[in-house]
Design a protein around this ligand. Structure first.
Ligand SMILES: CC(C)(COP(=O)(O)OP(=O)(O)OC[C@H]1O[C@@H](n2cnc3c(N)ncnc32)[C@H](O)[C@@H]1OP(=O)(O)O)[C@@H](O)C(=O)NCCC(=O)NCCS
Length: 406
C-alpha cells in the first residue's frame, strides 16, 4: 500500500490542494478563471496537506485567523479551520488524524489559544478534541398567520442596497456588532469576497436590505425568494429564504423582521442557522406561526491552550471548582485547574470534576450544562456539589451563537 506524509503546504501547491478539497466535497476542479479569483484568499500559510509517494496531494486542512468573542467580551485569536478533505481513494487510512495532529501542534507552538470549525458530519471532530460549542436553529414563519404585535419594528426604515453598495457597506456594518455575544467571530477581509461572489453579486438572486435607526445603519438582511407557485395553487406565494440577518439593536432586529414579513406574494419566511434565543414568536400575535424546523450544531470549538482560554473568559458567581482535564493530542493541557469568579489557576488540589478537552470545549462558551454531561457520562463527578457550582460559573447571560459560516 502506498504511504503518505503530512507537511505544511508550500507556495505554489495551493491549486492542486484546492482540487483535492473540491473532489472530496463532490465539486469540480477550479477553472483558470475561478482559480484567479480565489488565489488571493487561498494562501499557503495555515495549510497542511498529505502527499502520496509521488508528491501528489491527497488530503488537505486549512485555517485562517479570526478573533472569537468569549464570555465576558474578550476576543481571542482563533484558528478558523476550513477546507478539510481527503481524496475518496485515500480515506480511512489515518490521513485526517495526521493532518489534525500537525495542525494542532503548529497552533500550540504559535500560541494560538483556540481553534474552531463547522463540521460536515458530527462524528468526525470529537476525537481531535473539538466539541459542539454553539447551536443554531432553522425557523419557518407562516406568513399569512404572522401578524406583528402593535408597534413592533416601526422605529427605523429598511432600504434595498445594490450589490456594489452591499460590498462597500456590509462588512463595516458587521464590524459594529461583531462582539456582542459569545461565539461571534470577526470576518477578516479575505472572508468577504467568497461570500459576495457566491451570494450577493452571483446569479442566485439574493437581495440585500439595510435597516437604519436613529444612529444610522444598524442591521442588514441577505435573502432570496424561491417561487413555489404553480397553476394549481397560484395563491401559494414564494418562499423567502434568509441567508443572513444581523442587527445591532433590538429595534433594528424587529424592523428587519417586519420588513421580511411584509413582502407580498410570500407564503413563508424561513432561515437556517438562526440563534436559539431569537424571540421571534414574541413579535407576533399568533406565536404558533413560527415553526422550528431543526436544531443543529453550529460552531465546534477546540481549546488549544486550556489555561489561556480558561483565563480569558469571565465566570458567574459561585464557589470555585477544580476541573481535571485530559487532552490526548496536546498533553501539555493535562492537569487540574481551579476555576472561580476571581480567576483560574493550575492546581495540585484534588479534582471535583473530570472531563476531556472536547467536553470542556463544548461547555466553554456557555452552551449546555455540566449536569447534563454528567448524566451522559461525559463529565465524571468526584464531588456532587461541584456540578451546580460549575454550571453557575460557566453559564452566560446570552446564548452563544456564531452566525458566520467558514
Ligand atoms: C472526513 C474526512 C476528512 C476523514 O478523513 P480520513 O482520512 O478518512 O480520516 P481518518 O482515516 O484519519 O479517520 C480517523 C477516524 O475517524 C473516523 N471517521 C473519519 N471520517 C468519518 C466519517 N465521515 N464518518 C464516520 N467516521 C469517520 C474513521 O473511521 C477513523 O476512526 P478510527 O480511528 O476509529 O479508525 C474524509 O472522509 C473526507 O474528506 N470526507 C468528505 C469531505 C468532508 O466531509 N470534509 C470535512 C469538512 S468539515
Amino acid at each position: 500500500m502506498s504511504e503518505f506524509h503530512v507537511r505544511a503546504v508550500a507556495e505554489g501547491e495551493q491549486r492542486a490542494c484546492l482540487d483535492v478539497l473540491s473532489q472530496s466535497l463532490h465539486g469540480k476542479p477550479a477553472s483558470d478563471e475561478v482559480w484567479a479569483k480565489m488565489a488571493p484568499s487561498w494562501p499557503a500559510a495555515g495549510k497542511f496537506a498529505a502527499f502520496d509517494d509521488h508528491g501528489t496531494p491527497v488530503g488537505i486542512t486549512s485555517s485562517f485567523e479570526v478573533e472569537l468573542t468569549v464570555p465576558g467580551g474578550q476576543k481571542l485569536v482563533t484558528a478558523a479551520v476550513d477546507g478539510v478533505g481527503v481524496r475518496a481513494d485515500w480515506t480511512r487510512r489515518g490521513i485526517l488524524t495526521s493532518m489534525m495532529a500537525a495542525q494542532l501542534e503548529d497552533l500550540a507552538a504559535r500560541g494560538v489559544p483556540l481553534a474552531a470549525l463547522h463540521a460536515s458530519e458530527a462524528v468526525i471532530y470529537g476525537r481531535f478534541g473539538y466539541g459542539a460549542a454553539t447551536f443554531c436553529r432553522g425557523v419557518s414563519v407562516e406568513r399569512p398567520r404572522a401578524q406583528l404585535r402593535d408597534g413592533v419594528g416601526r422605529e427605523g426604515v429598511v432600504r434595498f442596497v445594490t450589490p456594489a453598495e452591499a460590498v462597500e457597506r456590509v462588512p463595516a456594518l458587521y464590524n459594529r456588532f461583531e462582539g456582542t455575544r459569545p461565539g461571534f467571530v470577526s470576518r477578516p477581509a479575505g472572508w468577504w469576497p467568497g461570500f459576495f461572489d457566491r451570494v450577493v453579486t452571483g446569479d442566485d438572486g439574493y437581495r440585500v436590505a439595510v435597516h437604519s435607526g436613529p444612529d444610522g445603519d444598524d442591521g442588514f438582511v441577505v435573502y432570496q425568494t424561491i417561487d413555489t407557485r404553480d397553476r394549481q395553487a397560484p395563491e401559494r406565494g414564494a418562499l423567502l429564504d434568509i441567508r443572513e440577518l444581523h442587527a445591532a439593536t433590538p429595534q433594528a432586529w424587529a424592523g428587519l423582521w417586519r420588513f421580511l414579513l411584509s413582502i407580498d406574494l410570500v407564503s413563508a419566511v424561513a432561515g437556517r442557522g438562526r440563534p436559539l434565543d431569537e424571540p421571534l414568536a414574541e413579535l407576533l400575535t399568533d406565536p404558533r406561526a413560527v415553526n422550528t424546523t431543526e436544531v443543529i450544531d453550529d460552531l465546534w470549538l477546540r481549546l488549544v491552550d486550556v489555561f489561556a482560554a480558561l483565563r480569558a473568559r469571565s465566570y458567574g458567581t459561585a464557589e470555585p471548582v477544580v476541573l481535571e482535564v485530559h487532552d490526548k493530542q496536546l498533553p501539555g493541557n493535562d492537569g487540574r485547574y481551579v476555576v472561580g469568579p476571581d480567576g483560574v489557576e493550575r492546581t495540585a488540589t484534588e479534582a471535583d470534576l473530570r472531563l476531556d478537552v472536547a467536553t470542556l470545549s463544548s461547555l466553554y462558551l456557555g452552551h449546555g450544562l455540566f449536569g447534563d454531561l454528567a448524566l451522559s457520562g461525559r463529565v465524571e463527578v468526584l464531588d456532587e456539589a461541584a456540578v451546580a457550582r460549575a454550571d453557575a460559573l460557566f453559564h452566560t447571560a446570552r446564548t452563544p451563537w456564531c452566525g458566520t459560516f467558514f
